[in-house]
Write a protein that binds this ligand. Sequence first.
Ligand code: HAM
Length: 420
Amino acid sequence: MIYTGVKGTQDYHPALARQFNNLVGDARAVLERYAYQEIILPVLEDEGVFRKGVGEATDIVERQMLKIEGKDNIILRPEGTAQTVRFFLENSLHKQSDFYKFFYIGSMFRGERPQRGRLRQFNQIGVEVFGSHRVSLDAEVIKTASQILAQAGVGEVELKINTLGCLRDKEAFSRLLVERIREHAGHLCEDCRRRREKNPLRIIDCKNDKCKNIVKGLNLEGAHLCAPCKDRFDDLGRLIKEAGVAFVYDPYLVRGLDYYTGTVFEFTSQRLGAQDAIGAGGRYDTLVERLGGPSIPAIGFALGIERMLIALGEPKNETVVAVYVAATSPAMQSPAFMITQQLRDAGINTETDHCEKSLKGQFRYAQRLGVRYVVLVGDEEIKENCVMLKNMQTSGQEKVKIDDLTNKIKNFTTENSEKN
Ligand code: HAM
């Protein structure tokens, strides 16, 4: 029997792993340009962090937490925001400084029904900033996400923004929703009937077409906002525009996690299909307090790496190995191995034969690796301390002294990269 991978997980073959790492490297460079500091937190976390942080009546907590068998309260983390707040408070970071900009790159786990772009184990690039109410920070955070997406080359994305208003506004919004939806209650799906009692805002996220249409007809746009929250949202729109990021206002964007207040946003891509959110975030000014700390404003976002990879399309097979050292006879395997090591020690990516392949077989392997040069180690040349150096692009070859080989290849490689 051959085992298959667990449903909702993904394997990364070499070209995809390379694309993944390039994407992460580019994102890291953008984040460091914006002065974020990286944190690495465990994948195991106390479920209470999410029950309290993300909210009891959210999809994540109600049905997606993946538990560790036999350990009642330990789960695989479903997201990074509540966890970062746990880290922040456990280390009393607020006592050391009043402002922090963190980022993380890592796996998240949600027991969702798998489909294209929706996995049970997926990776996020996330940021969490603590200690400022300023609307300029909201704009900077949105700009950061937009820049990472642009740098990755995921193509056109749409940015939707909304504000839930302050906690009081958010509660007013929830009440207004309950009031206006009352007469439609009989037409809501079963989940939404329950949500009406437990967590009305989640009705707005419902994917059921009937519920979606009911919500669209409720005229909820902006009615709940107090004047300062409205002004703040207008300022945000102006700042984002000034930062050169296009957006649309979506009054029905509420996000599926309970900790948000104020600004919320989502980036979508048409390259993705049904699961079209490539990244999302918002303010969570009350979460630090909710998890037992002082009142500290915060904002962040997370981008889904697998969805970014889908938007990027098929990865190319890039050349990583520069040189292949071929032994033209079994007796030449030992000198071939020495030469390979000499090149590797000089920092040149090099491969040789480990399978006693024929010369033809070795060339086939070299071609599959996409090498630029093949070093042919032959009985005649080795007597003169020489090898043949074959350029795989031009098919030209020349005799080279072993002592000069490293420099020769290094010179060729620099000439080539200057030409490109
Ligand atoms: P989220 O909207 O749940 O937010 O996830 C953010 C992104 O992660 C999504 O837009 C999507 O690209 C990706 N994602 C989510 N679930 C899956 C899945 N099952 N399979 C593949 N990709 C997925 C959060 O997680 C918040 N913690 C974001 C945040 C940070 N808000 C403030 N700070």
